[in-house]
Design a protein around this ligand. Structure first.
Ligand code: BGC
Length: 385
């Protein structure tokens, strides 16, 4: 049928139908991106919020402060969208205090022991902002800076290119680091992160994304019923300050064996030294890989049985920090006034192993001039009946 004849049939059909049936005949919406102001930082930098929509009912709202994912709407098994990440409604709340809700993490995701490392014979000192250790890039890490943003749309996806240049010596790290993170929301309901960086002096780099998920929606109850699989035969046990001991320990016979599916809450209360140190799960898993390359592998899968939502995590990284939101303690009031209590959200942070700059046997996190840092992670959403 010719296009105009088609439209005529559509118009007649629509005039015979109740209003709400019309949407069934509409072509699916195109991916779209819009921008709006979201306030300013105390030093006067304006912050924008971008709203990304794909063709299949997913919507992500992301701000230029910290590349924070404010909200992520994902359909449940009935097609009803729900917000699956924790966070705040306004910028002042993020500026006041945030346990890295939704944020980009850099230069170094997770801990560096005692805020010190030695590189090419020189010792560098970093802020100790987590007990005796350095955490998530320091006092003003990549989660607390305003990124330049460039939105884009393609027929298959919609996204933002974030750029930030970290000056030589920032937070104690050597070298000028030019970082770029591309967020891409695809029509098949995947949120993809492509990280690249270059430096003019050797420096550690370990970038990640710190969204807290609650696939039941709205962060309104704990995540203990979520069912998790992690593609890892080993994990990196930690000391009481959450620094890896250097051992790659088998998960066999431990509460860290997620090679088959287990609810987060099933074994979290066991009398286990590692669970005591982490107050629950707060551990790096050594992802199984075949071959020597850094291909994308399925790192983990999380299923929320009441809504049917499923999140799969694919990454090129060697590790995954599974954090069960143990340090949430009911003192933070998030979106819509919801109080975030212990284990109301979990994070799945793809990464190199914690404290790698001090652990020669771990895969190296040192980026050298002339080399490019590259990393990709995908969170793909679907539903089960
Ligand atoms: C760390 C936790 C920490 C959380 C929020 C996670 O990556 O492993 O120990 O509490 O981030 O800062």
């Amino acid at each position: 049928m010719r296009h105009d004849a088609c439209l005529k049939v559509l118009a007649i059909a629509m005039s015979l139908m109740p209003i709400n049936s019309c949407t069934n005949l509409m072509p699916p919406p195109q991916p779209s991106v819009s921008q709006a102001p979201f306030g300013a930082t105390p030093d006067g930098k304006t912050v924008s919020v971008y709203t990304l929509r794909n063709r299949n009912g997913m919507e992500a709202r992301i701000i230029t402060y910290g590349g924070v994912i404010l909200s992520l709407k994902v359909p449940d098994r009935n097609g009803k969208p729900g917000d699956v990440v924790l966070g705040y409604d306004s910028l002042p709340a993020y500026l006041a205090s945030s346990p890295y809700f939704g944020a980009l993490i850099g230069r170094y995701g997770n801990r560096i022991a005692r805020g010190r490392f030695t590189l090419d014979g020189r010792t560098y000192t970093l802020a100790t902002n987590n007990g005796p250790n350095h955490l998530h890039g320091g006092l003003q890490g990549f989660d607390k800076v305003v990124w330049e943003a460039e939105p884009f749309t393609t027929p298959d996806s919609v996204g933002i290119i974030f750029r930030y240049t970290s000056t030589d010596g920032e937070e104690g790290y050597p070298g000028t680091l030019r970082a770029q993170v591309v967020y891409n929301l695809t029509n098949d309901n995947a949120l993809m992160f492509d990280y690249t960086a270059s430096t003019d002096k050797p420096t550690p780099v370990n970038l990640t994304q710190h969204s807290y998920f609650n696939l039941a929606g709205d962060g309104a109850r704990d995540i203990l019923g979520h069912v998790v699989r992690v593609n890892a035969d080993r994990f990196t046990p930690v000391d009481s300050t959450l620094i890896p001991t250097g051992e790659l320990r088998s998960v066999v016979g431990t509460p860290f064996d997620f090679r088959t599916a287990h609810a987060i809450g099933e074994r979290i209360g066991r009398d286990d030294e590692q669970l005591r140190f982490g107050l629950g799960y707060d551990h790096n898993f050594v992802l199984n890989r075949t071959g020597v390359g850094r291909d994308l592998v399925l790192a983990a899968e999380v299923h929320e049985p009441t809504t049917g939502r499923v999140m799969e995590i694919f990454t090129t990284e060697p590790g995954l920090q599974f954090y069960s939101g143990n340090f949430l303690d009911g003192t933070l009031r998030g979106k819509g006034g919801v109080v975030y209590r212990q284990r109301y959200g979990f994070a799945m942070e793809t990464q190199h192993f914690p404290d790698s700059p001090n652990q020669a046997a771990f895969p190296s996190t040192i980026l050298r001039p002339g080399r490019e840092y590259r990393s990709r992670t995908i969170y793909r959403f679907s539903v089960r009946p």
